[in-house]
Design a protein around this ligand. Structure first.
Ligand SMILES: [Zn+2]
Length: 281
């Protein structure tokens, strides 16, 4: 069933778990993601990053169709909407949530651009995620990892002034591939969880480490974005197969299997297994 991100995350905040938010690129990993969530009886958020998939009208159409036929509650989110036009386009394409990423702008400018899109999105029942502080790149972790940490008092003001439904925070993770495991600021997460009245989102979930991820989900993160490690596992799974003779016809199945297996592992870490029950009452 197609739902808003707000209702998924508000419930996750009440019950203390995180919803997996895999990035999807095409019909194959879209189907794999939905299958994985159904097998786990878990809610799910599908993320489509605009810079990777600019044809969001096409993806929006097939994703909303498949989601409507699924047995579990799923939101469709534009990941990292970088400008006004692609956020509005996502709403038109049927997305039930948009991320308005203005985290590289100064605070006041971030507030005013997010606020404008919150007004538009909320008018048609679409949820909004924004980012405060800045989650940088893992390839430059020594510098980026800690340079843009979220300040709790600013986060409280930001949520009050913009009206966002959830907030991506910078607590020591980064996008991409880490050299080792990142050093997560759980103390900062605790402060944010206590002070910020909306669900918190973690970007850069791939490679964060199993123990870190399950602790993050228990201690205040309600959505974890996943991309890199799901895609890497597609390749791992494909490489295990003997593709000589007719094996090649299974290529998309193997890729989907790798994506689904890694997603299921994450759903188990995040504690959202069987939480789809809340939508069947
Ligand atoms: Zn991100």
């Amino acid at each position: 069933m197609l739902v808003t991100m707000k209702e998924l995350l508000d419930q996750a905040r009440v019950d203390n778990y995180a919803v997996a938010a895999p990035n999807i690129d095409n019909e194959h990993n879209l189907r794999a993601a939905i299958d994985g969530a159904e097998e786990m009886n878990s809610p799910l958020i599908l993320g489509v990053p605009y810079h990777v998939n600019p044809d969001i009208c096409y993806l929006g159409r097939i994703a909303t169709d498949l989601i409507r036929r699924s047995a579990v509650p799923i939101a469709l989110n534009l990941d990292h909407g970088k400008n006004f036009e692609n956020c509005v386009m996502a709403i038109r394409a049927g997305f039930t949530s948009i991320m308005v990423d203005r985290s590289e702008l100064p605070f006041a400018e971030n507030v005013s651009q997010v606020k404008e899109l919150v007004k538009i999105a909320h008018a048609v029942g679409v949820s909004v995620e924004a980012e405060l502080g800045h989650v940088g790149g893992a390839d430059n972790y020594e510098v980026d990892g800690y340079s843009g940490l979220t300040v709790p008092a600013e986060a409280v003001r930001f949520v009050a002034e913009t009206g966002v439904d959830c907030l991506a925070v910078a607590i020591g993770t980064a996008h991409g591939v880490y050299k080792g495991e990142p050093d997560i600021r759980f103390d900062l997460l605790k402060e944010l969880r206590e002070q910020v009245p909306v669900p918190l989102v973690l970007h850069g979930g791939s490679g964060t480490g199993e123990e870190n991820l399950s602790r993050l989900a228990r201690e205040g993160i309600n959505k974890v974005n996943l991309s890199n490690e799901l895609k890497r596992n597609m390749v791992v799974e494909l490489n295990k197969q003997d593709l000589s003779q007719y094996g090649i016809y299974g290529v998309y199945n193997y890729l989907g299997q790798g994506f689904k297996e890694k997603l299921i592992e994450n759903i188990q870490l995040f504690g959202s297994q069987n939480k789809a029950e809340n939508w069947r009452k």
